[in-house]
Design a protein around this ligand. Structure first.
Ligand code: PHE
Length: 448
């Protein structure tokens, strides 16, 4: 038995740390910008509060009941002649794929922290060429920061649940909230704040189309870390007195609030400088740095605080992607924690290096497929396909295959009959129908 459990607060901060990450602070604002603002936010909210939260809770009870790695969990709970369902547990491989490219963005963030201390580019166009040049030509610098990130992740994971993961989240997550609070208070004073508010919360359906729905649902999965056995694995170390429903609601609300606050901060700054909100992935690395430069000394402080907060959020999520695979190797394959950590981290590290090379000027032609580099392919494969698939598998398993009494008993202490019925309805019907339809549309079989 590996149990070494989280404390009550430690568990909540750990699942919050996993959920709150680049998805909220970096990706949410730019995809909101690209998909028309308020209407997108509305669909995202609906997805989070129906499908997202239901699968989140399903993963928690799976982890809590069996208290083992993901594969053992599905094997234990599957009916006798359906033990092959243990393969659902291998959804942790999606986490290993994400951890190969996610730290590349953390590497850029670390570079931008250093750059904020030195000097930021002085206009959007120079910031744009700076960022593009950095990705295309500065291989050594990217690999240096990328290696540093992996080394830190491996160090934390090798220390285990209490000494590594819990300690990390206990300090970084409150620090992140504090930095964000100050930045939000500052953005209230900016001219662009009210415009940012309207942009994010007024549903304008003009720039919104059906593929925005797919983006919103896929992003709900990504933001909540569901479908990759992360929440399940963390929950296998939950303490018995944790109120799982309260923990879920708290974490989901904090997760959304962080995304909203990040959007408000970024768009307030952008609208105050009359810049455009739809710069795509470059919003944080191109538009913002140029505006920070214009803001003078305050901008430098802001830039450093912002990138540090981003790094904190990202590292706590990154750690949570590795743990499910590590836990599997320890519990099913008899690895020692250090060996398991190194096996997973080194494999992901090598894949990540290839992804870095695939964006570089020198190697991009050899390492691109159908016009997409490996970074984009991994991003698309994991968040648009594998995470939703993992989510459906969990929903179907808990909704149809697991013993209903067992599911009910696991939730009875925390919710009444009606809420339970709603939750089951979402898992059984809404989730599969919705996600299948959207995925068929994505691969071109359905058209709406
Ligand atoms: N939820 C994290 C984010 O928003 C990403 C993540 C995905 C973390 C899957 C763990 C597992 O950035």
């Amino acid at each position: 038995m590996h149990k070494n459990r989280f404390s009550k607060v430690g568990y909540i901060l750990a699942i919050a740390g996993s959920a709150i990450g680049l998805g909220n602070i970096w990706k949410f604002p730019y995809i909101t910008g690209a998909n028309g603002g308020g209407a997108f936010v509305l669909v995202f909210l609906l997805a989070v509060f129906s499908i997202g939260i239901s699968i989140f809770l399903a993963e928690i009870i799976l982890g809590k009941i069996v208290k083992k790695d993901a594969v053992t969990t599905f094997e234990t709970l599957a009916p006798k002649n359906h033990k092959y369902l243990k393969y659902i547990g291998f959804s942790f491989i999606t986490g290993v794929l994400i951890i190969s490219f996610y730290p590349i963005v953390i590497a850029w963030i670390l570079h931008y922290i250093v750059l904020s201390f030195e000097s930021l580019p002085n206009s959007v166009s120079s910031a744009e060429s700076y960022f593009n040049n950095y990705i295309s030509f500065s291989l050594a610098s990217q690999i240096f920061y990328f290696s540093l990130v992996f080394f830190s992740i491996a160090f934390i994971i090798s220390k285990g649940i209490k000494e590594g993961i819990e300690k990390l989240n206990n300090s970084l997550i409150p620090a992140l909230f504090l930095i964000f609070l100050f930045m939000l208070l500052y953005s209230f004073t900016l001219d662009g704040f009210s415009k940012a508010f309207t942009f994010m919360f007024y549903p304008d359906f003009e720039n919104f189309n059906t593929s925005s729905i797919l983006v919103a649902v896929g992003h709900a999965f990504f933001c909540l870390s569901v479908g990759v056995a992360t929440i399940l694995t963390y929950s296998s170390s939950i303490s018995d007195d944790t109120h799982i429903l309260k923990a879920t609601v708290f974490v989901v609300i904090m997760d959304i609030l962080t995304a909203f606050v990040s959007g408000l901060i970024i768009f307030s700054i952008i609208f105050s400088a009359d810049a455009s909100p739809d710069k795509g992935a470059g919003l944080v690395f191109i538009t913002l740095p140029a505006i920070f430069y214009e803001m003078g000394a305050a901008g430098t402080v802001f830039a450093i605080a912002f990138f540090i907060a981003l790094a904190f959020a990202a590292i706590t999520s990154a750690v949570s992607m590795v743990e499910p695979a590590v836990m599997y190797l320890i519990e099913r394959r008899g690895f020692k924690r250090l060996k398991a950590t190194l096996t997973i981290c080194i494999s992901a590290y090598i894949l990540g290096l290839v992804a870095i090379l695939s964006m570089s000027n020198e190697f991009s032609t050899y390492l691109s497929f159908a016009g997409k580099n490996i970074f984009d392919i991994l991003d698309f494969l994991t968040s648009a396909i594998l995470m939703p698939l993992g989510g459906i598998a969990i929903a179907l398993f808990v909704g149809y295959i697991m013993d209903k009494e067992q599911v009910k008993n696991a939730l009875k202490p925390y919710m009444g009959e009606i809420l339970f019925a709603c939750w089951l309805f979402v898992l059984r019907y809404l989730t599969p129908i919705f996600i299948f339809a959207l995925m068929l549309k994505e691969i071109g079989i359905l058209n709406f």
